[in-house]
Design a protein around this ligand. Structure first.
Ligand code: ADP
Ligand code: MG
Length: 292
C-alpha cells in the first residue's frame, strides 16, 4: 500500500492537474532516463489549418477540391478535418471507392480515375514529378518551415498540394528544456515527414527524431529506445499511441487526447500542460528522499 509520502505526492500532483493512477508510477518518475514524445496533439495543438493550396497548370481545380473533400469527409484525422473545413464551399460528391491508408493518406476512384491524397512518400512516385522539380522544391521548403504538405495525384500525375500548419503548445519548449537540463533524453516519434518533424524538434529543443513512422511502429521504437537508455516514458494523445503508452515504464496521456490513450496511460495530464512532467520528476525525487 502507498506510504503517506506517496499519497501526499499524488495529491500535490493532482492539484496541479496531473492524475497518477497509482503510487508506483509517481515513485518511478524520478528514474526515467528518456522520454518519447508524439508530435501531433502532444507537442503541437493538434488542430492544423490549411494555409495555402497550389494547383498545377491546366488542372481542373474544382474537381481536385471535390475529390479531396469527398475522400477526407468520413475521416476523423486532424488533417482531414482541416481539409474539410478549408473546402467548406466545395460541393460534396460521392466517390466510387475510398481506401483509407493509415499513416499515409487516401486512394480513391472517381469516374474511372485513380486519385491519391497524402504524404509525398505515398503520392509522389517517379511518374508524378520529382522533388527536384520546381513544385517539389516549394513543398520541401514549406516542410522545412514546419508545414505538413498533402499532395494530390490523378492517375499518377500530380495535380497540386495543400499546405497545413499546426501550432506548438505554449509550454512545449519550456517542458523540453527543463527535461534536457535534468539530463533526461528527449525524443520525438511521428508519422509526419522528416523535414516537418525536424523543424518542430528544433523549435522545442528535441535532439533525436524518428519521423515517417507508421502508427504501429511506435511500440517497437519504444523497445529500441528502452534497450539504449533504460527506463523510458512515453507521452501521447492518439489511439495509435496506446500500445507504446502501455509498454512504457510510465505512459503520460494528454487530457485532450483520445479515451483509449487516457485509459492506457499511468498518468493523465488533465490540463494538457507538458511542464507537469519535469515537475513530476522533481516531486518524485523529493519523495524518494523523504522515504529513505
Ligand atoms: P502523426 O504521427 O502526425 O499523427 P499519422 O501517422 O496520423 O501522423 O499520419 C502520417 C502522415 O500521413 C501525415 O503527416 C500525412 O502526411 C498523412 N496522412 C495521414 N492522414 C491523412 C489524411 N486524412 N489525409 C491525407 N494525408 C494523411
Ligand atoms: Mg498525436
Amino acid at each position: 500500500s502507498a506510504t503517506p509520502a506517496t499519497l501526499s505526492a499524488i495529491s500535490r500532483a493532482a492539484k496541479r492537474g496531473m492524475v497518477f493512477k497509482g503510487g508506483q508510477s509517481i515513485d518511478n518518475v524520478q528514474s526515467l532516463n528518456a522520454i518519447i514524445f508524439d508530435k501531433t496533439g502532444t507537442l503541437t495543438i493538434g488542430k492544423p489549418t490549411v494555409t495555402d493550396a497550389f494547383f498545377m497548370e491546366g488542372v481542373d481545380q474544382n474537381t481536385v477540391k471535390k475529390v479531396v473533400k469527398a475522400a477526407e469527409y468520413g475521416s476523423t484525422h486532424p488533417i482531414a478535418s482541416a481539409l474539410v473545413d478549408y473546402l467548406e464551399d466545395t460541393e460534396l460528391i460521392e466517390l466510387n471507392t475510398i481506401q483509407d491508408i493509415t499513416g499515409k493518406g487516401f486512394q480513391v476512384t472517381h469516374n474511372g480515375d485513380i486519385w491519391k491524397i497524402g504524404k509525398h512518400e505515398f503520392v509522389i512516385t517517379e511518374d508524378t514529378i520529382s522533388l527536384e522539380d520546381e513544385i517539389g522544391k516549394i513543398a520541401t521548403q514549406k516542410e522545412n518551415e514546419g508545414s505538413t504538405v498533402i499532395f494530390v495525384s490523378k492517375n499518377k500525375i500530380l495535380t497540386g498540394y495543400f499546405a497545413l500548419e499546426d501550432k506548438l503548445k505554449k509550454d512545449s519548449k519550456d517542458a523540453i528544456e527543463q527535461l534536457n537540463n535534468m539530463n533526461i533524453e528527449t525524443i520525438m516519434v511521428t508519422g509526419d515527414n522528416e523535414n516537418t518533424a525536424q523543424h518542430i524538434a528544433d523549435l522545442v529543443g528535441i535532439k533525436t527524431v524518428y519521423a515517417n513512422r507508421m502508427p504501429d511502429e511506435k511500440s517497437s521504437i519504444l523497445d529500441e529506445i528502452k534497450q539504449k537508455y533504460g527506463n523510458v516514458g512515453m507521452v501521447g494523445d492518439g489511439i495509435n499511441d496506446a500500445p507504446a503508452l502501455a509498454k512504457a515504464d510510465i505512459g503520460f496521456a494528454m487530457g485532450s487526447g483520445t479515451d483509449i490513450a487516457m485509459e492506457t496511460a499511468d498518468v493523465v495530464l488533465i490540463q494538457d500542460d507538458l511542464k507537469q512532467i519535469p515537475f513530476a520528476v522533481l516531486l518524485s525525487k523529493k519523495m524518494k528522499r523523504i522515504i529513505m
